[in-house]
Design a protein around this ligand. Sequence first.
Ligand code: UDP
Ligand code: MN
Length: 340
Amino acid sequence: MALKERLRTWKRLFWLLILFALGLLGLYLYGLPVIRHLEVLIPMGVCPSARMALLRDNFTGLLHPWARPEVLTCTSWGAPIIWDGTFDPAVAQREALQQNLTIGLTVFAVGRYLEKYLARFLETAEQHFMVGQRVVYYVFTERPDAVPRVALAPGRLLRVERVARERRWQDVSMQRMHTLHEALGGRLGREARFVFCMDVDQYFHGAFGPEALSESVAQLHSWHYRWPRWLLPYERDARSAAALAPGEGDFYYHAAVFGGSVAALRGLTAHCAQGQRRDRELGLEARWHDESHLNKFFWLHKPAKVLSPEFCWSPDIGSRAEIRRPRLLWAPKEYALLRD
Ligand code: UDP
Ligand code: MN
């Protein structure tokens, strides 16, 4: 009898614990900020010291991943994850100058996104993006005349390319891959050696320098970088070109920032544009549009460099000790105002 009683108590306790865990998960997923802060307790993994010693690239020179023991500083395939303090910005600057680079920065500002975000994006880019390097901005818009005039430092120029305005915001976002592919095959590809492609609904807040450059560069998504892999919002419909099966995927990358050499980006944009076309023919649209296809691409073709969430941080998450110096910050989203 006593044994039965004890068993029942344990059973009740077990279910209470399960309910409690599910409750926490629910609160967490629905954005209760206090719960979100518990996220830092989820282990990110550590970079093995044998691999750490080998981490270097042609811009940052030898990296110092041991300077950030509290975060993951390399990937399983040996690419560095760039955190503040792991690189020497002066070395990166010198290397980039020696290579006499021109760096492209593309941004789309279609519809009301132009008035709302573009001026601040460009003005802050002048203060923080690849300062001291040769830069060419490419602004894609359906209204070239409305592009704000921003004073540019010597060695930097801004080109405006006209694009058609898609009716749905999802199509504006997805059409970027095709447009970028064409641009990279044209003047942009001839002018620039490396290119960053960014969303316009953000602004620079700290130095975003040549330490971010590499053959192919992916950005860790600030809302998802500590989540377990099975929770990541990949496309799961196996019929979609962007689908990742359970157990697949390394990280969840943010489509608001990606970059690389012209050749690598030609490959990336072709892959994503083609996947989107295939999906459309089947009447499908991936869960997070171009971002889903980008995540599929980086699963198949691992990025040579990964940027920590410090490079593109969402202030809505609040401050975190491990986010030392945010370089880009998400601007407030006002979808009701911006999207038709
Ligand atoms: N965009 C635009 N006009 C639109 C929709 C999107 O210019 O009507 C561009 C803009 O550069 C924007 C990007 O596409 O930053 C991605 O869209 P959004 O930022 O709304 O997507 P989210 O970051 O919310 O996923
Ligand atoms: Mn955005």
